[in-house]
Every structure is written in structure tokens, then in C-alpha cells.
Write a protein that binds this ligand. Structure first.
Ligand SMILES: C[S@@+](CC[C@H](N)C(=O)[O-])C[C@H]1O[C@@H](n2cnc3c(N)ncnc32)[C@H](O)[C@@H]1O
Length: 211
């Protein structure tokens, strides 16, 4: 696919998701895609190599959660890897403060460079294990492909502001993971998501702390 075809694929997907993203934001999303393709050749940020698949599996997959996010201010993406979903959410919502944490230096070098090249003033990158972050509080903590729900909430709990929510991006409805949640956490909602062109199940699990 050529660059204009990829841009059209992205724009189509954004329309199907019912999102209103300006041409400038859509251009930034395409610039992110170009950076991901370039860095992936050297740093193995994602097993997805085909740019057309990156649009569905990474860009649209991340954008699909936008209408369901509980945050209005401060969001943390745990195990952000190549910036999914955090960088894409930061591009789409410049008014939010988005923090990305990953323990892998190569991944955070990419995230830092992408934030600079895309001129994202609302992004902060942490090279750290999430459980070692201190002195920070977020109203939403999100993750994709990070861990089982139980580990996600246990490891990230200290970074959640009072009244905040965890949101975990999952494939099929995660019955077993929900059954294994530790005491003190509760599922508030499980939202099925339709990602244009993906042809696979997606769910966004929202959890809260009860004790
Ligand atoms: C499978 S990747 C997922 C990346 C991205 N969220 C995605 O969906 O493409 C998981 C990431 O979590 C990071 N990670 C693993 N344990 C971590 C921890 N305790 N704290 C922060 N990051 C961690 C890894 O370095 C890796 O980049």
C-alpha cells in the first residue's frame, strides 16, 4: 500500500469508529506510523511488520477505546512498548496529560524520540517497572498486552488516584482473568469493541478499587 492509501485506510477506520479527529491529528497519526515502521526495522518494537496491519492492529485498535475512556486529565499507559495505546491517545487528546511507562530501555528510547519528533508536549516517558513508580497519581491507568488483570491491578495500584479506574484492553471476554482478580478490586464494566478491519474480538475492561 502507498502512503495515501494507508492514510485513506486510517481515515476510513476513524470514520467507522465515529471519531472526530482533525486532519492535523490524522497527519500526526500517520507520522507515528512512519516512525514505528522505521524503528521497528532495528528495534523489534512489534511483531506486526506490515504497515497496513499496523493501521488495524495498532492504530485503530488503540483509537477504538477513546469513547470509553474514563479519564479527563491524567492517564498512565503501563507497558507501553511501541506506544500502544498511550502515544496514540496522547496524539488524539492533546488536552490530556499522558504518561508512558516501560521497563525496557529500547522501547522508552523510541517513545521519547517519537514524543519529540511528533512534538507531543503532553507526553511523559518513564523507564521503570510500573511497581517502582512513586509520587504519581493517575485517574486512569490503561494497558494492552501487559499482563493478566490480577497482575495489572496489583502492580499499578500505587499509581492510581483515589476514585480512579484501571482499563485493560483485552481480546476475547476474559472470564478466567476476572475470576482470578484479587480481593479489593472489582470489574465495573466490560465493553465489547468493534475495530474496523481487524476481524477479531476486543473488550475494554474497566476496574475499580473497592478496599
Ligand atoms: C507485550 S508488550 C505490549 C506493548 C504494547 N502495550 C502493545 O500493546 O503493543 C509488554 C510491555 O510491557 C513491558 N513491561 C513488562 N513488565 C513491566 C513492568 N513491570 N513495568 C513496566 N513495563 C513492563 C515490556 O517491556 C513490554 O514492552
Amino acid at each position: 500500500m502507498t502512503h495515501p492509501q494507508l492514510a485513506e485506510q486510517l481515515a476510513d477506520g476513524i470514520r467507522q469508529l465515529g471519531l472526530d479527529l482533525s486532519p492535523a491529528v490524522q497527519q500526526q497519526l500517520m507520522d507515528y506510523l512512519a516512525l514505528l515502521v522505521k524503528w521497528n526495522k532495528v528495534h523489534n518494537l512489534t511483531a506486526v511488520r506490515d504497515p497496513e496491519q499496523m493501521v488495524t492492529h495498532h492504530l485503530l485498535d488503540a483509537l477504538a477505546v477513546l469513547p470509553c475512556l474514563t479519564t479527563t486529565q491524567r492517564l498512565l499507559d503501563v507497558g507501553s512498548g511501541g506506544g500502544i495505546p498511550g502515544l496514540l491517545l496522547a496524539i488524539s487528546r492533546p488536552e490530556w496529560q499522558v504518561h508512558l511507562v516501560d521497563s525496557n530501555h529500547k522501547k522508552t528510547a523510541f517513545l521519547q524520540q517519537a514524543a519529540i519528533e511528533l512534538k507531543l508536549a503532553n507526553v511523559t516517558v518513564h523507564t521503570s517497572r510500573v511497581e517502582a513508580l512513586s509520587g504519581l497519581a493517575f485517574d486512569t491507568i490503561i494497558s494492552r498486552a501487559f499482563s493478566e488483570l490480577a497482575d495489572f491491578v496489583k502492580l499499578a495500584k500505587s499509581a492510581l488516584a483515589a476514585g480512579g479506574r484501571f482499563q485493560a484492553m483485552k481480546g476475547v471476554y476474559p472470564f478466567e482473568e476476572i475470576a482470578h482478580l484479587p480481593a479489593g478490586f472489582e470489574v465495573e464494566h466490560v465493553q465489547p469493541l468493534e475495530v474496523p478491519g481487524l476481524g477479531a474480538e476486543r473488550h475494554l475492561v474497566t476496574l475499580k478499587v473497592t478496599a
